[in-house]
Design a binder for this molecule. Structure first.
Ligand SMILES: Nc1ncnc2c1ncn2[C@@H]1O[C@H](COP(=O)(O)OP(=O)(O)OP(=O)(O)O)[C@@H](O)[C@H]1O
Ligand SMILES: [Mg+2]
Length: 376
């Protein structure tokens, strides 16, 4: 399994994981159905930015360590890159043990060696997979096939590989951040999903709430929705991080609502309060020397949130900026006046940056937009 950023960032990895028992249980149950009954499951983890989709997946996959399961994780999209990414390629890299430093020849050897060991064909499996990995020699006849045929061969090769692997042991395939993946990877995820519904495999997909993943879903897809943490979980998180000092009481009262239960917000706010000296002490034993209301979100918190927001489309960004200026709640008419610009229609403005349940694009003028608490 690839290293998750939660493995490489010790402070984050030490954050106690709270408030997601029900969602974790859905994932564990799906895995057990696959492992013990040969069933197939697709689980989608859905939530706003920072709600903990990647963390939940990480905790789930961590719990599979040591079990007889092939768990492959496409990883999450790199922050701030804005670029579409290809988790399917990362999954293949993991399975074939391909390192960043490997050249085309090394990749050819690894892929061919493993596929032959699985009794796969050279033309039917090795060539298409090497082509997908950009490691097929330029003079290979595969390159001369029409694009449609190439895509079909790649898809067939991947399906064969998936099928072959699941005959040996249960498989869990994780694709993160579907909202950022390239169109060909969407196809791959779709194929994996279709395969998962036919084999003993679980596909776990994560995406933001406003992403339309309906084309990938089946009627049996299990949804693990992540809303804000319950106030009790937020309090527990703050207590774990900061301790029990009475001077923290006001913060504990205020933060559940202020953060909307968004774990990213909570983490970053606490971190910045420690860095700025508003909180003094040591992990688990902090105090606030001059308890006061948190009136402003510190710059560092804004910067972290902005890095995530940065990957929004242009219209969404404009609307968020307008909302930030206007306040928590705004009529679409007002937003349209603030955010209108070349090529931006009112109906686009109506739904950009708003939580879907708060906003209806069919009636933009009647709508009210409410900022997501994580981006406020
Ligand atoms: N249940 C939780 N308990 C404690 N900390 C959490 C929890 N969920 C998430 N976190 C922390 O909050 C931060 C944001 O979580 P995460 O990166 O998983 O969000 P995300 O939903 O994947 O966001 P994005 O949509 O931007 O990818 C992480 O640092 C993570 O450790
Ligand atoms: Mg994530």
């Amino acid at each position: 399994m690839t290293q998750s950023r939660f493995d490489t960032v010790p402070v984050r990895a030490k954050m106690p994981f709270v408030g997601r028992d029900a969602q974790l249980a859905l994932l564990v149950d799906a895995y057990e159905q696959v492992a013990t009954h040969g069933a197939s499951r697709i689980v989608s983890i859905v939530g706003d930015a920072g709600m903990g989709k990647s963390r939940l997946l990480y905790e789930f996959l961590r719990g599979l360590a040591g079990k007889d399961v092939l768990a492959l994780n496409g990883g999450s999209a790199p922050y701030g890159s804005g670029a579409a990414y290809r988790p399917g390629i990362r999954i293949l890299h993991q399975y074939f043990n391909i390192a960043d430093a490997d050249d085309a020849q090394a990749i050819q050897q690894k892929v061919a060696g493993r596929i032959v060991a699985l009794s796969g064909g050279t033309a039917s499996a090795v060539f298409p997979i090497l082509a997908l990995l950009n490691a097929l020699p330029a003079d290979n006849p595969f390159h001369r096939l029409p694009n449609k045929e190439k895509r079909q061969h790649v898809s067939d090769a991947l399906l064969w590989l998936g099928q072959r692997l699941t005959t040996e042991r249960a498989m869990v395939l994780a694709y993160e951040d579907l909202q950022w993946v390239t169109a060909d990877t969407q196809e791959l995820a779709g194929a994996a999903g279709a395969r998962a519904s036919a084999e003993d495999a679980a596909a776990v997909l994560t995406y933001r709430s406003d992403h339309d993943a309906s084309s990938l879903m089946t009627p049996d897809t299990i949804e693990a929705r992540l809303d804000g943490l319950e106030p009790s979980a937020t309090r527990a998180l703050i207590t774990e991080l900061l301790g029990d000092d009475r001077s923290l009481d006001a913060l504990k009262d205020e933060l559940p609502e202020r953060s909307g239960g968004n774990p990213l917000f909570i983490e970053e706010l606490v971190r910045s309060m420690i860095e700025s000296g508003d909180l003094t002490g040591e992990p688990g034993y902090y105090r606030m020397d001059s308890p006061h209301e948190i009136v402003e979100i510190p710059r560092t918190v804004r910067a972290v949130l902005a890095a995530r927001i940065d990957r929004l489309g242009r219209t969404d960004k404009h609307v968020l900026q307008a909302l930030a200026a206007v306040g928590d709640v705004a009529s679409v008419g007002l937003l349209a006046r603030r955010a209108r610009g070349p090529g931006r229609r009112d109906s686009q403005i109506a739904c950009a940056g708003c939580r879907p349940r708060d906003c209806s694009s069919s009636e933009p003028r009647a709508s009210i937009c409410r900022t997501n608490s994580s981006t406020r």
